[in-house]
Design a protein around this ligand. Structure first.
Ligand code: PMP
Length: 445
């Protein structure tokens, strides 16, 4: 089975030779916040699926909602002329959920990359409808991740994720991210670095000519780029600059929406109201591929008043507003609110972050610990703390494997160990993750 898995299953974001050399764990079961592999080994899932399984693996109300919807209406499209009742109910819930963020309309998609694609398209169309067809460029952050579709890949800040597919969309520019551990200024003060990055953003806008820029897209906390929380002044500063130049602010909250940061949205965490907000992942907790773009009244009204009659012609998916996905999302949102998972994310996130800082004092390979905003944390591993040279692949692989053997599945991305467990985990589960990591690091010390 392991050989077949490596040979005949194309693993996204991986090199086929790696899958042969280091056979991926075959996961066959999940219960609560734990997963079980094909050999019967249990571990706390400190990855939370792929940042999405916020409610754990045994969410009875979601299973029931899916089963009931499958019996009632397994599919009907929400394209021109038809809709379905499940998705109407979901849009009402989402409106209430995102009301504090100033977002009241939902465009449904099949996942995160789709949500990003739709948000970028809507941004361009918004400007066209307002008679500013010259606003076509997009700005984003270096280290940002925005999915795999062509527009999203073009705004991805990691050149490794772009280079194989270039030329991508012209007119996309990547701005310095507020990454305190490594930056060209060697600025170690997060507040000062945030100001430098904001200045870089404004410089780029002036250089490009503000009248040519459609939108700036950012994750409120950079996720796949290595969990990089900005200083609290950063996102409000971005909002101010975007408003000043008539540029739409798109919050890519595919990871951060629905409680992961300890707030209901990452934008709210920083006190910012974006014009468009992309979500996916935890909206259905992994039970169904689903996503949405939340749209502010200001943007929505421009489309409402459109006299060309085009609406959002050309944008939409067969599975936009899938009733089974909608039913899953309704149940997930209800559970997310009933359990107030954001509060547990904040408390357990604090415990995890403190535990990781304690690990750093013991293990020299840990160069940087990032977190402190809910259940999104990362350890950046280095061969040498002075030079910050990244750790070699074998050592990080050994940490990964030993941590797993000792009871916690973590994610390795480059020289980062990433932690994004379900938001419903207990104090004891956090201890299990920390003890497993301790064993992982002890094995390479
Ligand atoms: N945006 C962000 C911030 C993400 O983290 C991801 C996925 N990790 C995506 C977009 C793409 O989502 P999907 O994989 O569901 O297409």
């Amino acid at each position: 089975l392991k050989e077949h898995n490596a040979r005949h299953l194309w693993h996204p974001m991986a090199h086929p030779a790696d899958s042969l050399a280091n056979p991926p764990q075959i996961i066959v079961g999940g219960e609560g916040v734990e997963i079980v592999d094909i050999d019967g080994h249990k571990s706390v899932d400190a990855v939370g699926g792929l940042w999405n399984v916020n409610l754990g693996y045994s969410c009875a109300p979601v299973k029931q909602a899916i089963a009931e919807q499958l019996d009632k209406l397994p599919y009907y499209s929400i394209f021109r002329g038809t809709t379905n009742d499940a998705v109407i109910e979901l849009s009402t819930m989402l409106r209430d959920f995102f009301e504090p963020d100033g977002l009241s309309r939902a465009f449904f998609t099949s996942g995160g990359s789709d949500s990003v694609e739709i948000a970028l398209r809507l941004a361009r169309q918004y400007h066209k409808l307002r008679g500013e067809a010259g606003r076509i460029k997009f700005l984003s952050l270096k280290k940002g991740y925005h999915g795999t579709h062509t527009l999203g890949a073009s705004v991805n800040g990691n050149a490794n994720f772009r280079s194989a597919y270039e030329p991508l969309m012209p007119g996309c520019y990547h701005i310095l991210a507020p990454y305190t551990y490594r930056n060209p200024f060697n600025e170690t003060d997060p507040a000062r670095l945030a100001q430098l990055c904001l200045a870089a953003l404004e410089d780029e806008i002036r250089f490009q000519d503000p009248g040519t820029i459609a939108a700036f897209i950012m994750e409120p906390i950079l996720g796949a780029g290595g969990v990089i929380p900005p200083h609290e002044s950063f996102m409000p500063g971005v909002r101010e600059i975007c408003s000043k130049y008539g540029i739409l602010l798109i919050a890519d909250e595919v990871i951060t929406a629905f409680g992961r940061t300890g707030s209901w949205s990452g934008s709210r965490h920083w006190g910012v109201k974006p014009d468009l907000l992309c979500c996916a992942k935890a909206i259905t907790n992994g039970y169904f591929p689903f996503g949405a773009v939340m749209i502010s009244d200001g943007v929505g009204e421009v489309f409402e008043k459109d006299e060309t009659g085009k609406g959002s012609i050309g944008s939409g998916y067969t599975y936009s507003g899938h009733p089974v996905g909608a039913a899953a999302a309704i149940a997930c949102l209800a559970e997310t609110e009933r359990l107030q998972v954001k509060d547990n994310a904040a408390a357990r996130g604090e415990q995890l972050f403190r535990g990781l800082e304690a690990l750093k004092h013991k293990h020299a390979v840990i160069g940087d610990v990032r977190g402190g905003h809910g259940l999104m944390c990362a350890l950046e591993l280095v061969a040498d703390r002075e030079t910050k040279a990244p750790i070699d692949k074998k050592t990080i692989g050994d940490v990964h494997r030993t941590t797993y053997e000792n009871g916690a599945m973590v994610r390795v991305s480059g020289n980062n160990v990433i932690l994004s467990p379900p938001l419903v985990l207990s104090e004891a589960h956090v201890d299990t993750i920390l003890n497993a990591l301790e064993a992982g690091f002890a094995s390479v010390s």
